[in-house]
Design a protein around this ligand. Structure first.
Ligand SMILES: [Zn+2]
Ligand SMILES: [Zn+2]
Length: 148
């Protein structure tokens, strides 16, 4: 990512302090794992990696607190499993402004944030109030395209 505002590039301890969360080893560990790959990561996949050190309930609480504080956002993959990706810096507590399209690969089910593809503005009928808008583009990721 070239976006220097991306929370990925921040010092994680500083990010937690700014979000008024205590800096703990499990929280730092989860942030570290979420930022390992380009693709978003699901809770079951996180459990596979760090489940020995961090129990399910703790992991669940960490992810929910991160989501609440605008540190990560949730995207559902093609199986309806929630995956998590880092937010951009304009997300704040309970206000997510991750206005980008997500790409989901129909073969490997990987979820990518397309930070460079912003969402269109839509005009809703006046009886509705918009809180969030999600657009998922489905297709083949670069590694799955190579394999056929
Ligand atoms: Zn793929
Ligand atoms: Zn995203």
């Amino acid at each position: 990512m070239t976006d220097e505002k991306n929370k990925k590039n921040k010092d994680f301890a500083e990010l937690l302090r700014e979000s008024k969360l205590k800096v703990t080893a499990p929280r730092l560990r989860v942030l570290n794992e979420i930022t390992q790959k380009d693709a978003a990561i699901s809770q079951p996949d996180l459990e596979k990696i760090i489940g020995k050190d961090i129990d399910r309930v703790t992991l669940y609480r960490i992810l929910s607190s991160f989501e609440e504080k605008g540190i990560v956002h949730k995207i559902f993959d093609l199986n309806g499993t929630a995956t998590y990706a880092m937010c951009t810096s304009n997300c704040t507590e309970n206000h997510h402004h991750d206005q980008h399209v997500h790409f989901i690969c129909s073969i490997c089910n990987s979820v990518y944030c397309l930070n460079e593809v912003s969402l269109p503005r839509i005009n809703l009928p006046t009886r509705f109030t918009l809180h969030s808008l999600a657009i998922n583009a489905v297709g083949l990721c670069s590694s799955c395209q190579k394999e056929d």
